[in-house]
Write a protein that binds this ligand. Structure first.
Ligand code: UDP
Length: 331
């Protein structure tokens, strides 16, 4: 049995590959390296450079490697970019996922784990968000992912396929052993931005809005350590292999931190101050997004091990330092 990890050279995918290899799984990675890095793939995981839209390639991988499960990360993930260029998002996230699901069905690959997002909810319902909350995505990104969930639901009803869609909240941190991390340049996510600022890679950072209806006026998010997220996928896979039914489950810790909480944590862990400025609100930001993750805990026994903001920041900062060393070695 081999697990096909699409997007396994990217941020979350590269953690997934380590998680699987550490558990003794065989892994083949398919990544077009548009955002990922070949060096991010663990040496024991075979990397095939190619696109999930290439159904001949995907089919031959499934056959040749004896693939019994797909964990599908490949896709585009920047919300404002999806607003500016929606058709690329529907192509990368929806059309290509359709091709991949079709290949799985055609080649009898019966287990499919899909990287979905809290952006399918739209942030208008009650908190913490449960899986049965209204699905009102506010961006083409969220809609492109929701459409893929629907395709999976319909394909699973018609074919010999069971799936788990995991709706991620705010993924952050890096492999605690320092083997991989978030490496994409120009990242916009808060913890990465704050770590880059602490290390002097940016002269300052901004807090986007401090007049929200939250305890300190800044937005609240549910930050989840990427290693806990990778483990959730592995447990979800185990459950599917044991015959579990198709499932959609949130992945978050169930409690939120404000932007100011995160900045305070980075200052605390880094041990020095850095330049933080007040900025205007960022378009499209919901005041608060926190998961109810009871389903993941009950259905596949997910017990987070790094549910601690300072731990997340410690690992993110360590990876940021490592990137700095790698970059200076290259220059
Ligand atoms: N944020 C911020 N400054 C930054 C980056 C993010 O104030 O440089 C805020 C952002 O407005 C949001 C929160 O941090 O309220 C989390 O943003 P992020 O982009 O990390 O994730 P999102 O929740 O948008 O997916």
């Amino acid at each position: 049995m081999t697990v096909l990890v699409t997007g396994g050279a990217g941020y979350i995918g590269s953690h997934m590959v380590w998680e699987l290899l550490d558990a003794g799984e065989r892994v083949v990675v398919l990544d077009n390296l548009s955002k990922g890095f070949d060096w991010a793939v663990a040496p024991e995981g075979t990397l095939i450079e190619g696109d999930i839209a290439n159904s001949d390639l995907v089919g031959s991988l499934m056959r040749d490697y004896g693939v019994d499960a797909v964990i599908h990360f490949a896709g585009s993930i920047v919300v404002p970019e999806s607003v500016a260029d929606p058709l690329t998002y529907y192509q990368n996230n929806t059309c290509k996922t359709r091709t991949l699901i079709e290949a799985a069905v055609r080649h009898g690959v019966g287990h499919f784990i899909f990287s979905s997002t809290a952006a399918v909810y739209g942030g208008t319902g009650a908190e913490p968000v449960q899986e049965n909350a209204p699905l009102e995505p506010e961006s083409p990104y969220g809609r492109s992912k929701l459409m893929s969930e629907w395709m999976l639901r319909d394909a699973a009803a018609a074919h010999d396929l069971r799936y788990t869609a995991l709706r991620y909240f705010n993924v952050a941190g890096a492999d605690p052993k320092g083997r991989t991390g978030q490496s994409t340049p120009g990242a916009t996510h808060l913890i990465k931005v704050a770590c880059e600022t602490a290390l002097g890679k940016r002269p300052f950072m901004q807090v986007y809005g401090d007049d929200y209806e939250t305890p300190d006026g800044t937005c609240v998010r549910d930050y989840i350590h990427v290693s806990d997220l990778a483990r959730a996928h592995r447990l979800a896979l185990q459950r599917l292999r044991e015959g579990g039914k198709s499932l959609i489950a949130n992945c978050g810790y169930g409690h939120g931190y404000s932007v100011l909480d995160v900045i305070a944590a980075v200052r605390r862990v880094f041990g020095q101050d850095f330049d933080v400025r007040k900025g205007p609100r960022r378009a499209g930001d919901a005041a608060s997004v926190v998961a109810n993750s009871d389903l993941a805990r009950h259905e596949f026994g997910w017990i987070p091990q790094r549910d601690d903001l300072d731990l997340i920041v410690t690992d993110a900062l360590a990876w940021e330092r490592r990137l700095q060393t790698m970059n200076s070695a290259c220059n």
